[in-house]
Every structure is written in structure tokens, then in C-alpha cells.
Write a protein that binds this ligand. Structure first.
Ligand code: KG4
Ligand code: ZN
Length: 341
């Protein structure tokens, strides 16, 4: 019955979790609000905040799980990808702890963990929620990534489509910035979109081959659209914010789901999942579930706390790695852009 402590520090959330025998016992997340006023994550400030947060967050995760340091069987951490300064704080902390406790170290790839978040056991009203079965498809959409993955087993995954420029979360956040909304703007677009008419404005969809995505053209077309409208009416954004947000959201969701549908048809896989922070988007969730019903897929979305960056998904992935005895030496290093096979 392995008990694993995991640390996630790839971007601007300091998180620690304890997973014992595949069950998540605690999942603590310290958000960094310092970046709001800069309109995006400032790497140096993120690293400093991780250094401040990491000890209290780990301490609280152990307390909530009622697990003491000697009871741990392994220490896991996010090795890649992410901001290098942020990753270094978590990786050095995990390595030092593994060395001090003389316990195995498990290096986890952040994107694999986002996918496996769909398998974390959860319950609704005391009843276990169904889980996807291998092989399943996963659309991982976050601030840094947009990928379609075929998961054949916990440790065997292939990326079959990804963005060639901006990630879906960036498309939300950059559009929000053009509208004068604070960072991160994705959740705000979602909120305004709920009261807007999504068919009021239309933005072009990119023509990208295969299962890849592109979002940089959308940002440019929104910029030119707004410039033109603001020339005619300087209050255009304020007067039409809800409709603009709904129209932008509909375009992003359509781009994402068209490729996901193509992936399902090409592979013949019918268990289909979402992952990553953007899967919190209400427009995406509704359209995804609807598309699943229309195509006879089983659809899955992780619990909200396992969608955005969190250490529970790192601990849970480490559990599979522990069973495979897939440990790392203390010489393992963090990497901003590690390839993932
Ligand atoms: O997975 P995540 O927490 O961190 C990264 O690894 O990037 O994803 C954060 C991203 C941000 O771009 C944020 O704007 C977006 O997810 N996001 C949303 C929503 N909630 C978070 N985008 C659209 N609608 C939402 N409700
Ligand atoms: Zn992430």
C-alpha cells in the first residue's frame, strides 16, 4: 500500500498532495494572485512565491492526510514541462526530501498527469463515479497546452494532435486582454458568455491539417475586428461585452470539438475525456457532453479541483509509476520542455 507525497510547481500554483493506495487523501493548492496586475505569469515572481509557499503547503497536505513523513513510501514531483525556475523549486524540494528520508523519487510528466486525472476515484452522493477504460482519448486544454492524446495504458500514451502556436487557454486569456479584462481572463469570458448571444459575431476558424490546432489567427482577427468597431463606436466593447465573449467562446469550443470528433472517428475510440484548466469552461463542457450523446461516446471530465494544476494528479500518476517501479535517480533534472513519449 504505497503512500506517496507529490509536489506540483510547474507554473503559478504551489500544490502538494498525498495519495495512498490510489486514493487521494489530501490536495492542497496555494494560488499566486501576484501575477494579476501584470496581465500574465511573471516567472521570477512565481519562483519566489513557490519558495515561500512550499513548506506550509506540504506540511498542511501531510496533516490533512494524517500521514507522517516516515510513513511515506515515495516522493513525487512534476519534472516537466513548465517554467524552469518554478519547476526547480519543486524538484529540488522533492529530491532533498527523498534523500533525507531515504525514499524513492518519482519524476512525473505534467501532461501525462493531466490525462490520468480522469482516473482519480471520485464519488457523487456516496456512489463511485464511472471511469474511462483504456484505450481512451483525452483533449487536454490548459494555459500552456492543447493536445489530443490516445491513452493505451497509464504509462503508454501518444499525442495525436496539438497546437502549432497558442494554447486554448492562451486564446481565452489573450482575447480577454484585448477586451480589457484582467488575467487570467478565461473564467471571465465564460461568465460573460453565459448571458450573451454566441451567434452575434463570427470569427474565422483556422484551416490546419490533421488533428493539429492553431489559435494565433483567431487572436489577430479579434484584434482587427475590435479596432474596426471601436473606430465607429468607442463604447463598442462595453455595450456588447456579453455577445463578444459568447461569440469568442463559441469559436474556440467549435475549433476544439471539431478536431476531437475527427480524432474519435479516426481512431474508433469511444471513451473520450477532457483535462486541463480550460475544461472548467461551461460552454466547452456542455458542448462536449452533447457531442458525446450525439456520437454514442462515454464522456468524462475530472472533478474541477483535478482539472486545473494540482498535485493530486501528480501523486496519482506516481502511484502507477510506483507499481511499475519506475523510480528516478537523484541526478534527475527539471526540464522546461521535456519531450514526452
Ligand atoms: O491547467 P491550468 O490551471 O494551468 C496550466 O497548466 O496552464 O489552466 C489555466 C488556463 C488559463 O488559461 C485559464 O484562463 C483557463 O485555464 N481557464 C478557463 C476557465 N477556467 C480556467 N478558460 C475558459 N473558461 C474557464 N471557465
Ligand atoms: Zn497544467
Amino acid at each position: 500500500m504505497p503512500c506517496i507525497l507529490a509536489i506540483e510547481s510547474s507554473c503559478d500554483e504551489t500544490s502538494a498532495a498525498v495519495c495512498c493506495d490510489g486514493e487521494i487523501l489530501s490536495n492542497l493548492i496555494a494560488n499566486q494572485t501576484i501575477h494579476e496586475k501584470y496581465g500574465g505569469v511573471v516567472p521570477e515572481l512565481a519562483s519566489r512565491a513557490h519558495m515561500k509557499n512550499i513548506v506550509p503547503v506540504v506540511d498542511e497536505a501531510l496533516k490533512q492526510a494524517n500521514v507522517s513523513l516516515p510513513q511515506l513510501d515515495a516522493i513525487a514531483f512534476t519534472q516537466a514541462p513548465g517554467l524552469i525556475g518554478s519547476l526547480l523549486v519543486g524538484s529540488q524540494f522533492a529530491k532533498s526530501l527523498a534523500l533525507a528520508l531515504n525514499k524513492p523519487l518519482i519524476a512525473v510528466h505534467h501532461m501525462q498527469a493531466h490525462v490520468l486525472a480522469n482516473l482519480i476515484p471520485t464519488t457523487s452522493n456516496g456512489i463511485k463515479n464511472p471511469k474511462p477504460e483504456f484505450p481512451f482519448l483525452c483533449l487536454t486544454v490548459s494555459g500552456g497546452h492543447t493536445q489530443i492524446v490516445v491513452a493505451r495504458s497509464a504509462n503508454n500514451m501518444d499525442i495525436i494532435g496539438e497546437t502549432i502556436d497558442d494554447a486554448a487557454g492562451e486564446a481565452f486569456d489573450k482575447s480577454a486582454k484585448l477586451l480589457g479584462l484582467p488575467y487570467p481572463g478565461g473564467p471571465l469570458i465564460d461568465q460573460y458568455a453565459k448571458r450573451g448571444n454566441a451567434d452575434r459575431f463570427s470569427f474565422p476558424e483556422p484551416q490546419v491539417e490533421g488533428l493539429n490546432f492553431s489559435f494565433s489567427g483567431l487572436k489577430t482577427s479579434i484584434l482587427y475586428f475590435l479596432k474596426k468597431q471601436l473606430k465607429e463606436n468607442e463604447k463598442f466593447i462595453a455595450e456588447n461585452l456579453e455577445d463578444i465573449c459568447a461569440s469568442i467562446q463559441k469559436t474556440i469550443v467549435t475549433i476544439l470539438l471539431k478536431k476531437l470528433r475527427k480524432a474519435a472517428l479516426t481512431t474508433g475510440i469511444t471513451d473520450v475525456c477532457l483535462a486541463g484548466g480550460v475544461s472548467a469552461n461551461s460552454g466547452l463542457r456542455t458542448a462536449f457532453v452533447e457531442m458525446g450523446q450525439n456520437n454514442n461516446w462515454r464522456t468524462f471530465i475530472p472533478a474541477f479541483e483535478y482539472c486545473t494544476d494540482n498535485a493530486a494528479m501528480i501523486a496519482f500518476t506516481a502511484y502507477y509509476k510506483y507499481l511499475d517501479k519506475d523510480f528516478s535517480p537523484l541526478s534527475v533534472t527539471a526540464s522546461a520542455k521535456a519531450e514526452w513519449k
